[in-house]
Design a protein. Sequence first.
Length: 448
Amino acid sequence: MRRKVFSIALKDNVSFLGEQGFCWALTEGEGCDIFRDIHSNIRRKAVWEGKLSKRALGMKGSEIRRLFRLSMQPGVISFAGGLPDPGSFPREEAASVLSRLLRERGEVLLQYGPARGDEELVEVIRERMGRRGMDVGPREVLVVSGAQQGLDLCAKLFLDPGDVVLVEAPSFIGALGAFRNYQAEMVGVPMEEDGVDLGALERTVEGLLGEGRKPKFFYTIPNFQNPTGTLTSQEKRRGVLELARRYDLLVVEDDAYGELGFGTSDQEVRPIKAMDGEGRVIYLGSFSKIVSPGIRLGWMAGPEELIDRFEMAKQMLDVCPSPLIQAMVVELHRKGFLDEHVLNLREIYRSRRDAMVSSLRRHMPQGVRWTEPLGGFYVWVTIPEGRDALDLFHMAVERKVAFVIGSAFYPDESVRNVFRLSFCHEREEVIEEGIGRLGEATRAFLSG
């Protein structure tokens, strides 16, 4: 009896222990077991817990992480991650090039390199940008550890707590996370079939200016947007740049998918940066989608003085990009392999896009809509209003298929009846099987 009374008394004082910085786990037991349980499970807070900065305390794990773990269960066909096709990675070519580079230049390439990036790679980047209408000088390029680092650098240099950033709604989760980590306020602007709603963009800017809050920049993914797959029209690209001029905004243009169009013309995918005569557009490019994400190599392009500042900030993060990996990409480009590889990737992803879209037509019930992208990795699906894609997700996982819920791609997570499917990772027959399972789950969900 006394053991029970003691246990109740201790539980009644749990709030007091919490205020004193203790964590606990109580376990019912016989005899002295309860004392052992208390002793082994009560601990003081870690010494670092009271030392975190306000910015670090504001970094929150998202529900998406938990859902991704569910999508990785054995037997689940996952359309969740934007993972490039692993079978397309240039393993043999990379191994051959790296072996030769290490034999011939190993002492240099395994050493520290320039913080701004290897000069030869910068020339490769300038050449590839020039083909697409962008004329940039050698001092206007900064090599970064993937375009994601470029997003973080934009946030680091431009954003103070409370600053306003305009983003497409929906937009790339990685960008939203980077801006959120610097305590920015993100304001979403709705998307249309051919890109951002320019009228809504202007009204949003006017409204913010009327409140005395001037946005720092507009973040956009004009080519095969993540998550919708949308290709922004050239007319709207010009409109974005004109609004940026009129209201003195910067534009951060993320072009990770620009070379992965399925039959699109060079003019259709011409970046906003190609129209920029004022240095108003900060351009982000990436080798992750056209070589492999594991090499962690991308670049930023902008005015020289601004790139100087980005370089100083980047040097404090990782000192320099890998000289060895940069040299490998230079060699793959010079051999002509990279251009040929991009052509092959377009056909691989076009075929998988076709498999996904045709399977959606066969298996999805009435009332479900989806995009049919002209490039990139993603299809965006809309279910009827009033339905929550999170509920559908759990039914889908029971049938061994997974996707990413769409609310995570909105700054306020307000839109619930959408989700993203990635067609880049799985083979056509697996896509067809997975969409069949998803169609079955969706029919059951909408009829329930």
